[in-house]
Design a protein around this ligand. Structure first.
Ligand SMILES: Nc1ncnc2c1ncn2[C@@H]1O[C@H](COP(=O)(O)OP(=O)(O)OP(=O)(O)O)[C@@H](O)[C@H]1O
Ligand SMILES: [Mg+2]
Length: 206
C-alpha cells in the first residue's frame, strides 16, 4: 500500500485522543493528505456496533459476543475506509485498532492473545499498522487524569482497576513481541514532550 497506517493504543485515559489531535493539526499545517478514524466505529455500520458495545444496559454481554462485535466493526472500517485511503496514498490515523482487542479481550478478559490474534487477522485480512504508538502510563495516573475530565464512564470503563492493570500488561506483552511495529511512549510526561517523540518516530515516514 502506498499510504502509511498509524494507530494509537493504551489504557483508558492514557492520552491517545490528545496526541491524535496534535498529530492531526501537525499534518494539516504541513498539507499532508490524511484521514482520522476511531475504533470501534468510523462507518455507519461500525457506529451502530459501537452503540451496542458501549451501552451500559448491555451488562449481560458475553465476552465472545463483545470480541466479535469489535472484530465486525473492524472488518467494516478496514475494507470501507482504511484500505481505500492507503491505496490512494493517504496517511491513516486510527484511535485504537486490533491491539486493543488483544489487550482488552485477549489479556484482560482472558480469552487468549493468540486466539484474538487469529480473529484480528480474519477481520483485517492481514492489514497491519505501519506504526503503533503505545502510550504507557500507570492505571493510577490515567484514572487521575480522567477524574479531572469528569465524564461519565461507559460500560467497558466501569470494569475497574484490576481490569485496566491487565489491559496494560497485555499492551506491554504486545510491545515486547512486535518486532518494532509498536513504539512504547512514556505517557506520564507532558503533552508536548510526548508529541516530540511522535514527530521524531514519524520523521522520514510521513
Ligand atoms: N500528557 C498529559 N498530561 C496530563 N494530562 C493529559 C495528558 N494527555 C492527556 N491528558 C488529559 O487526560 C485526559 C485523558 O486524555 P485522552 O482523552 O487524550 O485519553 P484517551 O487515551 O483518549 O482516553 P480514552 O481511552 O478514554 O479515549 C484528558 O483530560 C486529557 O486532557
Ligand atoms: Mg480517547
Amino acid at each position: 500500500m502506498k499510504g502509511i497506517f498509524i494507530t494509537f493504543e493504551g489504557i483508558d485515559g492514557c492520552g491517545k485522543s490528545t496526541q491524535c489531535e496534535l498529530l492531526k493539526d501537525y499534518l494539516k499545517d504541513n498539507n499532508k493528505d490524511f484521514i482520522f478514524v476511531r475504533e470501534p466505529g468510523g462507518t455507519v455500520i461500525g457506529e451502530r456496533i459501537r452503540e451496542i458495545l458501549l451501552d451500559k444496559k448491555n451488562t449481560q454481554m458475553n465476552s465472545r459476543t463483545e470480541l466479535l462485535l469489535f472484530e465486525a466493526a473492524r472488518a467494516q472500517i478496514t475494507e470501507e475506509v482504511i484500505k481505500p485511503a492507503l491505496e490512494e496514498g493517504k496517511i491513516v490515523l486510527c484511535d485504537r485498532f486490533f491491539d486493543s482487542s488483544s489487550a482488552y479481550q485477549g489479556m484482560a478478559r482472558n480469552m487468549g492473545m493468540d486466539f484474538v490474534a487469529g480473529l484480528n487477522m480474519a477481520a483485517t485480512g492481514g492489514l497491519k499498522p505501519d506504526v503503533t504508538f503505545f502510550f504507557d502510563i500507570t492505571v493510577e495516573e490515567a484514572l487521575a487524569r480522567r477524574g479531572k475530565r469528569g465524564e461519565a464512564s461507559d460500560r467497558i470503563e466501569l470494569a475497574g482497576i484490576k481490569f485496566q492493570e491487565d489491559v496494560r500488561k497485555g499492551y506491554l506483552e504486545l510491545a515486547k513481541e512486535s518486532d518494532g511495529r509498536i513504539v512504547t511512549v512514556d505517557a506520564s510526561r507532558g503533552v508536548e514532550e510526548i508529541f516530540e517523540d511522535i514527530k521524531e518516530t514519524l520523521k522520514g515516514k510521513i
